[in-house]
Structures are given as structure tokens and as C-alpha cells.
Design a binder for this molecule. Structure first.
Ligand code: SF4
Length: 688
């Protein structure tokens, strides 16, 4: 054993931070992680990584890992055996189900865990407990993008791959801070912009690095993107610049769409968005002139009352200009987490089975009954936003949550934390005793990505395998094993011995994964869904048809929703997003010493004009107060923001957590929190 411990091993893995999906070799010796070694054959990144992928792995060996199950005793936790913890879960889940029915229980999967683990979580909820109350954190980010794409083109994924973005003639980024949120993908755009004459247009509230580099930067008023997108589409149609052949052969609904665009005149758009008329015309003209256009978007679009509608407007603009179904073009909602795409793809949604097949569809349920041997619940379940309300209403009694820091990353966290404290029985499965786990009755120790086999799906719909590099620490276990133990305690008879068997089952059920297998994903091999039974995959979607009965896409008319209104005293708009070095609430990156040492505590960016007006400087301490809560942070005075616009990073888990300020308002179509519609007032505490 001593010999083995001293051996240096090399294992292929996939980054566990953002949705770009960089893969690389990790070199280990015993439990020491020696280096990250990117390989040229890695499909998404080649030899590139960002700081998180390269240095963000210390958390795996952190002393703060939980390594034994914990059971609540009064105000604290005591360590228990696995048998005790599972027995307690069995007895509580059983009694709650008997007394209140299966819909009193709920399940939350994690975008940090593998596809196979999300598949099992929804199988446990639906097939063993009998409820569709299952969701994942894409509800907090990209569900509106998925909705916009479902409405118009039928698949909720990026139209092509990172290579297509690189090869496109025009890239438009809307509400995406790409260089910090998707760093390696951003380098592809930066190099194409510099070396290949790719045109770059950025629409954002904040003049971030991509905006600095762009050929045209526009700064719309908060929450008005739908208006300039629709005005650009109208302008294209008015000029006769639309792709007539494409519209005629491949798209439905043009007349109705056109009629609805009447109100989106240039004058109306200028009045509402604050963007200059010439700039809107320039955007429309650029799309018309470019051979191919890709539109990238992220939370700046989706986290609004009308997030789904704005995502739809993006897709409409692409349809009008014929920018689907060819390489180098299309829609690119950039996925946040490494496996947020996969968590939804594999059915951790209240209305969709794996592969986005509808739970309300009798044929779909019959197909699952055949393999799972049970009847599935037929009505749509609660999403995670509705779950919180249902706990407050006393209808939802139990929750089993894996790997989500829900009590910090959901909006209006004072309200969320009150709900979690009210649950009759709450199981959290995580690597750390997270803030969310502190409300739990039972905490189950899970293994992070380096300690297990599985697959992740990145923002390009690309399946990639990760291989176990380290043994699980202490008594922690891979999530799929834990879920199987819970399921079997509840009467199931699952006997998976490896995640490849779980994938084989999912592939046999979900049409768009039909040809996915571990053999085809060996090493650096990858597949982009839909994957057909013969193993051919789909790097570019919609080449021949759109996945609707008649094979045609649909222009989908949408209207603007006025953002959340606040009392006059809340006079500053608070935008929020990521920092390059950190990931979300920081449970992983704050445990990487190198990263932690180099980055500051949370901060607020203040414009030079506001700084003069309020008498603050770099380093001044302020309190920012919204109707829902307050945070205390230091100021950075910068031209990245303008006027009464503040920017706060979302990477804080303490007194400066952004979601102390956010409301419970949400996108009207998907319930994604309107995180970007926050107004606040600012109190100066120390000017120095
Ligand atoms: Fe990881 Fe994303 Fe950085 Fe790549 S760009 S190394 S996937 S965090």
C-alpha cells in the first residue's frame, strides 16, 4: 500500500465549475492533487483553462469536508452510522407520505452532480415516492432561455458548439459577462475578434471586459432588452432584409409575428431603452450583413419578470435573419454550472422526464412504467420557487436536497431560510456542512467530482466522462450510491454497480440520448445531443428540421413586461453577477487558499458621478438597503458602471450575500427569480 500511495497517477476529469466544460488530466499522488494538465484533444478547451479549473481544487481535500452522516440533536448535529441515517430517512419519508401523500415530499437535484445522479434523483421522486416535485438550480438561471427556445425552435440547448461561436461572422452578447463567467469560451471570441475580423456587439448594463473590446457597446435601461431586440427585428423586416427563403421554407407564424411588432418602432425603442437610434439600426444592419450571427446570453436577460419573453425575442431575431440550422450561427444561452444543462436534460424538472419528454404525456409515462415497473404521477410537480411557498403554506413537509446552496442562492433568502426552518423533515446531501445544511435533520456526506465516475453535459450539449481520481474521503459516498440506498430503503430494488448502467437505462428511455454509452465516451471522446441510436451526434442543431411535428420553427410574438416597481426612496438599481476567481456563494473557491488570498471580500461598484454625489471613494463602507434586507460592503469607484447603477458580486456567503437584497418576484413563465430587478438605497457608514 505504501508503494501505491507514492505512485503518481494521471486521471481524465472534467472541470466542476462553469458550463464551458473544460476537460483535462489531473495528476495525483495519494490524496495530493499535484497539477491540472490540459490536453490538446479536449473538445471544449484544448490546452486552455481558467484560474478556477487550474487552481480551484483544494476544497476536495478540505478539512471541513463532512465524512460521516450527521443527525440533528436539538441545536447541533451528532455523527451517525449510515444505517442509522438511512433508517431515520426511511421512517420519516414513510410517515409523511402516509399522512400527507407523496406530494408533501420534494426533491432537489444539483448541477454540480453527474447526469446519472440527476437521473436517479428524479427516478426516486417519481418512481419510488410518487411525486413530480423535483427541480434543480437551472430554475435560478437559464429556465427562461430554455422556455424561449422551446417556444421557437424546440430544443432548449445551444444551437451549435464553441467552435461555431468562434467561426461566426458576428457575435452579439446580451447580459453576459462572458470573460468572467465563461472565461475559456470568452478567449475564443476574443481571439476571433482580433484575428479573424469577427464583429462583436455587446448589450449590457456594465462595461465589462467584453464590452470594452466590442465594436459596438450599448447600455440599455435595466430590463428593456426585449424592446431593442424586437425593434431590430422590425427594422430588418421593414427594410426587406429578412431571410425570405429560410422564413418561407422553415418557419411558421410570420404574419402574426409581424403584426405584433407594430409597436416596436425605433422611436419607442429609443424612449424605453435609452439606446441611440443609430445604434439599433447598426445592430439590425450588422445582423443583415453578417453571413452568420451567434447571440450569446445569460442571466442579464433571464433573471427578470419577462426573462422568457426576452429569450424568445432573441430567438425570433435569429429566425427572421435565417440564423439557425447552419454552422457558425444560432442561439447560445451560456450555462452557468458545469452540469446545469445535464440536470435538466436528465429530468430534474417538475414537468419533464429525461430528454424533455412531457410527464403529462400518457405514452411517455407508459414507456417508463415498462422499465421502472410503477405508475408515474401524471400532474406537474412544484418547481423550487413554488416549493418554498408551499412550505410556508404548510403543504410541503419534507425535502431531500442534494448539493444546492438553496438558502443563499435563491432570491429573498430571509424568506427561503424561514421556510427551510419550518420543514418537518429535511435531508441535505453535500460535501460540506453548507449554510443550507444547517437547517437539515439529516446531512449525508457526498463525494465531489474527483472522487467518482460519471458524465457531465456542458453548455454545448456535450457529454463528457469524468473518471475517479481519488477514493471517497472518510465515509462519504458518490451521490448515486446514496440515492440508491435511500430508494432501496423505501422499497425499491435498484442494483446499479456503476454509473454506466444508469446511463444505459436513461439512453434506452430518452429518445435524444438513444446512442449515448460509456464506450462511445471513452477518454476525451464526447457526444453532443441528440445522439441517435447508431451513435451519430449533433454538433449543429436544426440542419434539416426543427423538432416540431411539421419540422418548422415558430416565430412567437412577445410583449415587454414592465420591471418590478419600487418606492421612490429606493433610488439605485442593483445589478449583480460573478467574479472570475469565485464561483457563486464560494463554498468551493473560498476553500482554495490561493484563490482566496488573491481576491477581496465582496464589494459594490459605484459610478464616478454617483461617488461624487454621495461623497464616497474607493474603500468607503456603505450599507445597501432594499425592501427585503441589507448588506454592508466597501465601494470600488469605476466607470464600469454608470449613473445610479450599482454592481455587487454574487460571490459572498455572509453578511454581504446579494440575495439578502433580492425579492421573491420571478419570471412570469418559469418562476426564475428576478434577481436583476432590485432597487435599493445606499447609506454611507465610513467615507475612508
Ligand atoms: Fe472550468 Fe469554466 Fe474555467 Fe473551463 S472556463 S476551467 S470549465 S471554470
Amino acid at each position: 500500500a505504501a508503494m501505491r500511495e507514492s505512485r503518481i497517477e494521471k486521471t481524465k476529469t472534467v472541470c466542476t465549475y462553469c458550463g464551458v466544460g473544460c476537460s483535462f488530466d489531473v495528476w495525483t499522488k495519494g490524496r495530493d492533487i499535484l497539477k491540472i494538465d490540459p490536453q490538446v484533444e479536449a473538445p471544449a478547451n484544448g490546452i486552455s483553462t481558467c484560474v478556477k479549473g487550474k487552481f480551484g481544487w483544494d476544497y476536495t481535500n478540505s478539512e471541513e469536508r463532512i465524512t460521516k452522516p450527521l443527525i440533528r440533536k436539538g441545536d447541533s448535529f451528532v455523527e451517525s452510522t449510515w444505517d442509522e441515517a438511512i433508517a431515520l430517512i426511511k421512517s420519516k419519508f414513510t410517515s409523511i407520505k402516509e399522512e400527507h401523500g407523496p406530494n408533501a415530499l420534494s426533491f432537489i437535484s444539483s448541477s454540480k452532480t453527474t447526469n446519472e445522479e440527476s437521473y436517479l434523483m428524479q427516478k426516486l421522486g417519481r418512481g419510488v415516492i410518487g411525486t413530480n416535485n423535483i427541480d434543480n438550480c437551472s430554475r435560478y438561471c437559464q429556465s427562461p432561455a430554455t422556455m424561449g427556445l422551446f417556444r421557437t425552435v424546440g430544443y432548449g440547448g445551444d444551437s451549435g458548439g464553441i467552435e461555431d461561436i468562434r467561426n461566426s461572422a458576428l457575435v452579439i452578447g446580451v447580459g453576459t459577462n462572458t470573460s468572467e463567467s465563461h472565461p475559456v469560451l470568452a478567449t475564443r471570441v476574443k481571439s476571433s475578434h482580433k484575428l479573424r475580423d469577427q464583429k462583436l456587439i455587446v448589450a449590457d448594463l456594465r462595461k465589462h471586459e467584453m464590452a470594452e473590446r466590442s465594436d459596438l457597446f450599448v447600455r440599455p435601461n435595466p430590463g428593456t432588452d426585449l424592446i431593442w431586440l424586437s425593434a431590430a427585428a422590425k427594422y430588418i423586416l421593414d427594410q426587406g432584409w429578412e431571410d425570405k427563403k429560410f422564413l418561407e421554407e422553415r418557419v411558421n407564424g410570420l404574419d402574426e409575428f409581424k403584426a405584433n411588432l407594430d409597436k416596436y418602432t425605433l422611436d419607442y425603442a429609443v424612449e424605453k431603452t435609452g439606446i441611440a437610434k443609430e445604434d439599433i439600426i447598426e445592430i439590425a444592419k450588422s445582423v443583415y450583413e453578417a453571413e452568420t450571427t451567434c447571440i450569446l446570453w445569460a442571466m442579464g436577460v433571464t433573471q427578470h419578470l419577462g426573462g422568457s419573453d426576452t429569450s424568445t425575442a432573441i430567438s425570433n431575431l435569429l429566425l427572421v435573419s435565417g440564423n439557425y440550422g447552419k454552422p457558425g450561427a444560432g442561439a447560445y444561452p451560456l450555462r452557468g454550472h458545469n452540469n446545469v444543462q445535464g440536470a435538466s436534460d436528465f429530468g430534474s424538472m417538475p414537468d419533464k422526464m429525461p430528454g424533455y419528454e412531457d410527464v403529462m404525456d400518457e405514452e411517455v409515462r407508459a414507456k417508463y412504467k415498462n422499465v421502472w415497473g410503477v405508475d408515474l404521477p401524471s400532474e406537474k410537480g412544484l418547481n423550487n420557487h413554488e416549493m418554498i411557498d408551499a412550505i410556508h403554506d404548510g403543504k410541503l413537509k419534507a425535502m431531500y436536497l442534494k448539493g444546492e446552496e438553496m438558502s443563499l442562492v435563491d432570491s429573498n433568502i430571509n424568506y427561503v431560510q424561514d421556510a427551510l426552518a419550518k420543514l418537518d423533515f429535511y435531508v441535505v446531501q453535500d460535501v460540506f456542512l453548507s449554510r443550507t445544511a444547517q437547517f437539515a435533520d439529516v446531512v449525508l456526506p457526498a463525494s465531489p467530482s474527483l472522487e467518482k465516475d460519471g458524465t457531465f453535459t456542458n453548455t454545448e450539449r456535450r457529454f463528457q466522462r469524468l473518471y475517479k481520481a481519488l477514493e471517497p474521503m472518510g465515509e462519504s459516498k458518490p451521490d448515486w450510491q446514496i440515492i440508491m440506498e435511500v430508494a432501496n430503503a423505501m422499497g425499491a430494488e435498484w442494483n446499479y454497480s456503476h454509473p454506466s448502467e444508469i446511463m444505459a437505462e436513461a439512453a434506452s428511455l430518452a429518445d435524444i440520448f438513444a446512442g449515448v454509452s460509456y464506450d462511445r465516451l471513452e477518454g476525451y471522446n464526447s457526444l453532443q445531443w441528440p445522439v441517435f441510436a447508431d451513435g451519430t451526434d449533433s454538433p449543429v442543431l436544426f440542419l434539416d428540421e426543427f423538432p416540431f411535428p411539421d419540422g418548422k420553427a415558430r416565430l412567437y410574438p412577445v410583449d415587454w413586461t414592465v420591471p418590478v416597481q419600487y418606492e421612490e426612496q429606493y433610488d439605485l438599481h442593483v445589478n449583480n453577477g460573478r467574479m472570475l476567481e469565485h464561483f457563486h456563494e464560494g463554498n468551493m473557491t473560498y476553500r482554495s487558499q490561493g484563490i482566496k488570498d488573491k481576491t477581496p471580500n465582496n464589494f459594490v461598484e459605484v459610478s464616478p458621478e454617483l461617488a461624487i454625489e454621495r461623497n464616497v471613494k474607493d474603500g468607503s463602507l456603505v450599507r445597501i438597503i432594499s425592501p427585503y434586507g441589507a448588506i454592508k460592503v466597501r465601494c470600488i469607484v469605476t466607470e464600469r458602471v454608470a449613473g445610479n447603477e450599482l454592481y455587487v458580486s454574487m460571490n459572498d456567503s455572509g453578511d454581504a450575500a446579494i440575495n439578502l437584497l433580492t425579492s421573491s418576484y420571478s419570471d412570469k413563465d418559469t418562476d426564475t427569480p428576478a434577481y436583476k430587478e432590485v432597487k435599493a438605497k445606499m447609506e454611507v457608514l465610513e467615507t475612508e
